[in-house]
Design a protein around this ligand. Sequence first.
Ligand code: GLC
Length: 489
Amino acid sequence: MSQKLRVIYVSTEVSPFAKSGELADVASSLPKYLASLGMEVSLFMPKYRKPEIESLPMELIMAELMVPMGEKKVKGQIYKSELGKYDIYFVDNPAYFWREDIYGTGKGEYLDNDERFIFFNRAILEFLLKTKMEVDIIHCNNWPTALIPVFLKTHYSHKAQFKKVATVFTLHNIAYQGEFPPETLALTGLSWNYLSSKQLSFNGKFNFLRTGVMFSDILNTVSSSYKKEILTESRGFGLKDILENRRDFFFSIRNGVDYEIWDPETDPYIVANYTPSNLKPKKKNKLDLIKEFGLSLPPKTPLMGIVSYLSSHKGFDILIEAMDEIMKMDVGLVILGKGDERYEKRFLDIQKQYPRKMAIKLEINPALAHKIAAGADIFLIPSLYEPCGLNQLYSFRYGTVPVVRATGGLGETVRPFRTKTLKGNGFVFKGYSSHALLKAIKDALNCYAKPHLWQKIVKEGFKENFSWEAAARKYRRLYQSALEMKKGG
Ligand code: GLC
């Protein structure tokens, strides 16, 4: 293809501006690597009330964008910031987005998320139309961006500018579907027929994710194992059948790691930089981490770290069940993350009970996430399911050994260490139980006590390379096939 591919990448979270989960890391890195391959990339996200956004130099490029919302039109603004390799566009409407959180608080989701994200989806298309911006691909991510494909195939189907545009929809986690009462449909201006024909609805609810799955030209998810899992009844969250129907258009591309950001040799967030051949400074990072979390842990005691969204699918039920047993062992644990209030409270209680060995910070804090990658000996990811998982990949690069449950991307990237063959880059358990988790932690601690074994595992991890370059090339092929498909009708 001689002409540059022009890609619109749409996400409601992008690091470092707004983050709830790992999608934010993907959304800040993949566009950069796509641009490095010669694509022209524009990223769209909402303009939240976040210091990281407010301190960014940006230009108001459209002060009055009138966005159809049912019977009314709602005014929005578009800001643009040039981020080096790609441009980022912020969609603004203070009533919808001037909030500190993205989707809601620990108490629950914002009640107007339907309206907020319908606006966001529609505003992007209206903006493209007004500016006559030439586009080949619109790449949507997760339910809050899932209405763009249906809008293109309905409201905008007669617009010459969009005739050749292909949509790609990435499923980062199908447990979150964006389900709303049928009345929400009125805000989209879409015909009620769609709802009654079950194309957009499930269990009587207007379902954004389902809509994206039905109407996007190409679908993908973030590991081949997760793709297989969600094609089963038990893990399909009601989508199995429609995913199966769309099998020929459904792919998987595993996420990569942005080694420009995640590299202990250059990481600006950690107190001592280090390399695979000189791991000594890693110890300083451990001491710094112990101090940061206020633990009183002997430096020789192994330290486990968790960076996660506090929700049930991340495995916190089995972890909480195992906590007393874990605290009996010679090990420390630091947790960074926020989420469901019940987990937040529970971990604060556990911290009170074991203040010397365990601490939690209820924050989303990139600097601290890097400190944990560098300062912990073991990185714990006991997820019930995990579409891809990035922290285990970061851990490899930091000489930190992952202990994970074999699910989704975790099972694909972490290979169990075997003392017989001395092969493997981490510890893996299968069953979703506190018992299985405890066994994996014990195995890891046993190896930790034998430095020659531990060094082997650490070395195996350093050998891994999950760079975005390779994954970005796969996306380029996916985009090209989406366009060819579109051409072929
Ligand atoms: C979601 C998934 C996680 C994945 C991330 C980026 O947060 O839960 O496994 O790594 O999206 O695709």
